[in-house]
Design a protein around this ligand. Structure first.
Ligand code: SF4
Ligand code: SF4
Ligand code: SF4
Length: 327
């Protein structure tokens, strides 16, 4: 587990550098056990920073948002670096973004967090629904320890651990300038048992399943906005001329949205799980993403976000590529 004092010491050094303008990390949220992103611009703010199993957000999303911000008229762009804290899964978003040339490696400073797992906040809130004051979560051995209102509760790690952590292949970041703790060995693997279960269903059963899920979608676009790989400057969903997808919330347009998004993320989704985490109506988006992820691994022996030098899977062409599917 990362030592917070060491984290702050390193962060202070980084934000004091002339070539760094901002450091993106975590700070405590305003209530309950939640942590939230912190945007640090001076050494005086560094004491806000924390790291705990409640630090679930993938901060890589903010790097591409930064790239999209317009420069106000009359001002020069600030080209100094942005520093960012990443866990193992989050670091894969950086690798994939760089593979796609979203920005240059030298534009960022990466503080890597070797990670032993984060909590699923829904599981925490179901178990402790009434904690409105600030509480803290730490990991001690194989237990999460929750401290709030002068109380201390211990819960076996397995019961609150996020599902993605139960199949984590890369707990230590794959890219970093500085690692904030000792590297963590892989402690889990992915057997795709959930996807295999879904694959057993007939086409009719699959359609009935997804029709029910998609009909609940309110098209808030939180899943798109939180996704580190959904960073097109001009998203097809927002276009009005031509309007590829209508704004109406109905099964037809909702289905079009989810199919477009799933295909756009094939070979790019790095399994951070943020889309499903933020969905207000609990649509199991990871089931779709993971089906594509499994297919890509089986068909192309490719795992997104693991090799910044590799060409993007579905954005390259070789003359000897299979093309028997072309009519
Ligand atoms: S998936 Fe791996 S790196 Fe990501 S939060 Fe879980 S244990 Fe940490
Ligand atoms: S976050 Fe959920 S409700 Fe919102 S657009 Fe995505 S799937 Fe639909
Ligand atoms: S689609 Fe979901 S799991 Fe995949 S990169 Fe985007 S937010 Fe993460």
């Amino acid at each position: 587990m990362v030592d917070v004092e060491r984290l702050r010491e390193i962060a202070r050094e980084v934000i004091s550098r002339d070539d760094v303008r901002q450091l993106i990390g975590y700070r405590q949220g305003t209530y309950g056990f939640r942590a939230r992103p912190a945007f640090i611009t001076s050494p005086e703010e560094v004491d806000q920073l924390i790291f705990s199993p409640a630090c679930v957000n993938n901060l890589a999303t903010y790097l591409t948002l930064e790239e999209k911000l317009p420069v106000p008229r009359g001002q020069e762009p600030d080209l100094r670096k942005v520093a960012v804290m990443v866990k193992g899964c989050d670091s894969r978003a950086l690798v994939q973004q760089m593979e796609e040339k979203a920005y240059e490696r030298e534009r960022i400073v990466v503080l890597g967090i070797p990670c032993t797992g984060v909590v699923d906040m829904d599981k925490v809130e179901k178990r402790f629904p009434d904690v409105l004051s600030r509480g803290e979560i730490t990991l001690e051995g194989d237990k999460f320890v929750l401290s709030f209102d002068g109380q201390r509760e211990e819960v076996p790690k397995e019961e609150l651990l996020a599902d993605k952590c139960k199949r984590c292949r890369y707990p230590t970041p794959l890219v970093y300038d500085q690692l904030l703790d000792e590297a963590v060995e892989r402690f889990a693997d992915d057997d795709y048992s959930d996807v295999l279960e879904l694959e057993k269903r007939s086409a009719e059963e699959k359609w009935a399943y997804w029709e029910e899920k998609f009909s609940r979608c309110i098209r808030c676009y939180s899943c798109r906005n939180v996704c580190p790989m959904c960073y097109c400057e001009d998203c097809v969903l927002d276009r009005l001329n031509p309007q590829w997808m209508r704004r109406s919330v109905d099964i037809s347009e909702n289905t079009a949205y989810h199919i477009a998004r799933a295909y756009h993320l094939a070979g790019r989704c790095i399994q951070c799980g943020e889309c499903q985490r933020v969905c207000p109506v609990e649509i199991p988006l990871m089931e779709l993403n993971r089906k594509f992820y499994k297919d890509v691994e089986e068909l192309y022996d490719y795992e997104p976000g693991t090799d910044a030098e590799a060409p993007p899977l579905l954005a390259t062409f070789k003359v000897d590529d299979r093309e028997d599917f072309i009519l």
